[in-house]
Design a protein around this ligand. Sequence first.
Ligand SMILES: Cc1cc2nc3c(=O)[nH]c(=O)nc-3n(C[C@H](O)[C@H](O)[C@H](O)COP(=O)(O)OP(=O)(O)OC[C@H]3O[C@@H](n4cnc5c(N)ncnc54)[C@H](O)[C@@H]3O)c2cc1C
Length: 257
Amino acid sequence: MKQISATVISNIELMPGYHLICVDTPAIAATSQPGQFVTVKCGEELTLRRPLSIHKIAKSRQVYFLFKVIGKGTAWLSLCRKGERLDILGPLGHGFYIRPASKKLLLVAGGIGIAPLTFLAQQALGQEKSVTLLLGAHTKDELYPQKLLPDGIKTIITTEDGSYGEEGKVTDILSGHVNWADQIYACGPLAMYNTIAGERQQWQNKKPVQVSLEIRMGCGIGACFSCSIKTKNGMKRVCLDGPVFNLDDVILEEVKI
Ligand SMILES: Cc1cc2nc3c(=O)[nH]c(=O)nc-3n(C[C@H](O)[C@H](O)[C@H](O)COP(=O)(O)OP(=O)(O)OC[C@H]3O[C@@H](n4cnc5c(N)ncnc54)[C@H](O)[C@@H]3O)c2cc1C
């Protein structure tokens, strides 16, 4: 983990209310694993750093973050311009695990949940795995552009209003792809994990699902315990032991976002 002052290379509004920011930070680019995150100091007056997943790495030194503008911190970040410097701490936490023997990975992204999964796809494709992404959004305007996904990924899209791809939620089509996959990874809202946990009971082969828990956290480095959750293996700190957990281990009804 390093605290770095990184130069902003670009910052664009990719979809309405969603930004893609790229910073130059070779040290974080070299040491990050998919599913890990950083915390960013968003302006002088905000004391708590904001956690953001590593979205993708380019040219061995550029790190991308995809974020939705929610409140003060992300609004501040959305206004950062090329050449400005960002105070970043990372990489933090434990990310996704790819078993060496796995050949086919199924990724399930609900909305901004695409943020950490792109980096996972990037790494998996680099290891010559087959990757299928189920990408869901409320509507076409909120869909992550397919042209920014890594080459070689197979993508199936759902929108809740039917404005693009199949109509419905990404979880509506999940069961049809489960048998194909050696490993399954999901990132999205808590409601999506509840649905997956319910559907999983019907799967013939109850394959494990790794999920990223993006819950509110304080320090991001395991010191304040504010992101502690109850799991089947005892209390865990999301920032240190996660944010990636096996869905099976998480007691979903105890998780507060
Ligand atoms: C491990 C992890 C990875 C994340 N990765 C991404 C990502 O890649 N892209 C993205 O858009 N969002 C991501 N989030 C959520 C993001 O951190 C929050 O949306 C952001 O902190 C909101 O800050 P704000 O000041 O704009 O909003 P405010 O609501 O003003 O924030 C107030 C406080 O709540 C915390 N907070 C608010 N919402 C969340 C949330 N959903 N999760 C965690 N903390 C929250 C903030 O850090 C801050 O301390 C991630 C969260 C975690 C825990």
